[in-house]
Design a protein around this ligand. Structure first.
Ligand code: PEP
Ligand code: MG
Length: 596
């Protein structure tokens, strides 16, 4: 239930997924759709029903491709690739065969058959306690709505492309198609009843830089179009009928935020160096060639992780060696002489692909992913390794393998690199003979054998996102166990320390490129543990630099010593917060003056 406050305000709480504050009139989306009637059809009309269905599927495919094209163009290929999942629904033979069978056997109209079969699939997916599968249910319902509109000859229920006035959109579940079509000028922010931080809608909101909240539970049923509200995307609040006092407090918050942005702008060109002169290398994580610009504009010193899988996700066919070479070369050339660490393909887990026909698995994060996939799909790996080697002739390129779990995988991968280097020499194609090769440390087994790995590599990059999920056995996408996903768990602190010790023992450097590196509260702990480089999403590079520049190395080391001796994740986190607030209080002023 919303909280009623004495002042007459009503507050709805959800999960903040895109920061910022906005206020204005609410527009509640009504997802009501005309009931889908079951209509009997005669034997002779069955073929016509199938024909109508096929036409609707073709038309839907065109519409999705059109939206995908627009989104990729306006927001980037990663956002566009979200619609790959929609296209996959239209290619799902099990689903479509069943719809056709229902029309044939039950002699019913196509819309009824499609709706009943697709809804059964979606309901099954939605009932599974897994964020990722629930998102697939949303995809399926989004596509189903389009197919039904086409069968029924209806337009989309609300035209989000042409809103008459600025408003805050509230819906039960804003679909990725809805989100992609939002009229950016007139959408102040949005909120949905369902969703998680990893939902597609949340990803879109962040890219669009629109304040947004998901997981508002029942808000769409309780809010009404035309009501005046304030949406706080920092703290996940919608305040209906805010008082003058609340508006004033939020005005203060927005101006503090702007002041902070200015302070961060001042340090963009400065190095990440502690007050007592300890230098930390600060890089950015990128997904696309076009992100190279954001590396520079956010004050990073290079790329610590180039997630190459998005090059594969954004196309209908895998990119050729030449296409990959051009992409890697473009980033290397744009950032030269800054280093660019290109990670070899990390497919699988939550990154699925239509064109490589990776079968669905029971435990995709423990399955055929990353280096395991590449060592078996040799053609794919060969093209990528050759492309990376060739790009190394053009800039400061380094390469690393994802999800190494032991020495055999590393030896196999290194042997392939040696083989392709020999090929290139033979073909007189230039590459950097000394290109540094590293490995991501993402599995507990890799930490345990890190000394052996370190002898054969030039650097480590700790992927804490996966290291945490594999070490603590906590699915990184599952909201039900999100409380167990603790970056400051004593086991994680000790695993990072063991990795640093193994690397430094062999005189190689260590980076952290998981989300931990981009959290200003946790960065001092990593520095204190001896990590040499932090690599974070471009928008958080400046806040991390800000805190490093206000820190003294002994403070970070003392924090690390405390954490290594401590038995409680909560206590370690509290000490990290204490130090962060003490050295950089200005970074953490994103709550309004009074507690809501
Ligand atoms: C990680 O696991 O921390 C990492 C950086 O890789 P990804 O998030 O792409 O799995
Ligand atoms: Mg990873």
């Amino acid at each position: 239930m919303p909280e009623a406050l004495p002042k007459g305000e009503r507050i709805f709480r959800g999960i903040p997924v895109s920061s910022g504050v906005c206020r204005g009139k609410i527009l509640v989306l009504d997802r009501a759709r005309p009931a889908i009637d079951k209509r009997p059809v005669s034997d002779s009309a069955v073929a016509e029903e199938i024909n109508r269905l096929e036409k609707a599927l073709v038309r839907t495919r065109h519409q999705i491709l059109e939206v995908q094209h627009k989104v990729s163009h306006a927001m980037g290929a990663q956002e566009g690739s979200i619609f790959d999942a929609h296209l996959l629904v239209l290619e799902d033979r099990t689903l479509l065969d069943e719809v056709v069978r229902v029309v044939h056997e039950e002699k019913v109209n196509a819309e009824y058959a499609f709706h009943s079969v697709a809804e059964r699939y979606a309901a099954t997916l939605a009932a599974i306690e897994d964020d990722y599968l629930r998102e697939r249910a949303t995809d399926m319902r989004d596509v189903t709505a389009r197919v039904l509109n086409n069968l029924l000859g209806l337009e989309d229920e609300v035209d989000l492309r042409h809103l008459k006035e600025p408003c805050i959109i509230i819906g039960h579940d804003l679909t990725p198609s809805n989100t992609a079509q939002l009229d950016k000028r007139n959408v102040l922010g949005f909120g949905t009843d369902v969703g998680s931080k990893t939902s597609h809608t949340a990803i879109m909101a962040r890219s669009l830089r629109i304040p947004a909240i998901v997981g508002l539970k029942i808000a769409s049923g309780q809010l009404e179009t035309g009501q005046y509200a304030l949406l706080d995307g920092f703290n996940g609040l919608i305040i209906v009928d805010p008082t003058d006092q609340t508006l004033y407090e939020y005005g203060q918050l927005v101006s503090k935020h702007l002041t902070l942005q200015e302070k961060l702008r001042d340090i963009l060109a400065k190095p990440a160096i502690t007050l007592d002169g300890h230098r930390v290398f600060l890089s950015a994580n990128i997904e696309h060639v076009s992100d190279a610009e954001a590396v520079k504009s956010n004050g990073a010193e290079g790329v610590g992780l180039f997630r190459t899988e998005y090059l594969f996700l954004e196309r209908e066919h895998p990119p050729s060696e030449e296409q990959q070479y051009l992409a890697y070369r473009a980033v290397a050339a744009a950032l030269k002489p800054m280093p660019v660490v290109i990670r070899t393909l990390d497919l699988g887990g939550d990154k699925f692909l239509a064109h490589l026909h990776v079968p669905a698995e029971m435990n995709p994060f423990l399955g055929w992913r990353a280096i395991r996939f590449c060592l078996q799909e040799r053609d794919v790996f060969r093209e990528q390794l050759r492309a990376i080697l060739r790009a190394s002739a053009e800039g400061n390129v380094k390469m690393m393998y994802p999800m190494i779990s032991g020495l055999d995988e590393l030896n196999q991968a290194n042997a392939l690199v040696a083989e392709y280097k020999a090929e290139l020499r033979q073909e007189a194609i230039p590459f950097d003979e000394g290109m540094e090769i590293g490995a991501m440390i993402e599995t507990p087994s890799a930490v345990i054998v890190a000394d052996s790995l370190a002898k054969r590599l030039k650097f480590f990059s700790i992927g804490t996102n996966d290291l945490i999920q594999y070490s603590l056995a906590v699915d990184r996408l599952n909201e039900k166990i999100a409380h167990l996903y603790e970056p400051t768990h004593p086991a994680i602190v000790r695993l990072i320390k063991a990795t640093v010790d193994a690397a430094h023992g062999q005189k190689i450097w260590v980076s952290v490129c998981g989300e931990m590196a981009g959290d200003p509260v946790l960065a001092p702990l990593l520095v204190g543990l001896g990590v040499d480089e932090l690599s974070a999403a471009p928008p958080v590079v400046a806040p991390v630099k800000f805190i490093i520049r206000r820190l003294k190395l002994p403070e970070a080391q003392e924090l690390a010593q405390f954490a290594l001796a401590c038995e409680s994740a909560a206590e370690i986190l509290a000490r990290c917060q204490e130090l962060a607030h003490q050295v950089a209080p200005g970074l953490f002023e994103d709550s309004p003056e009074s507690e809501k």
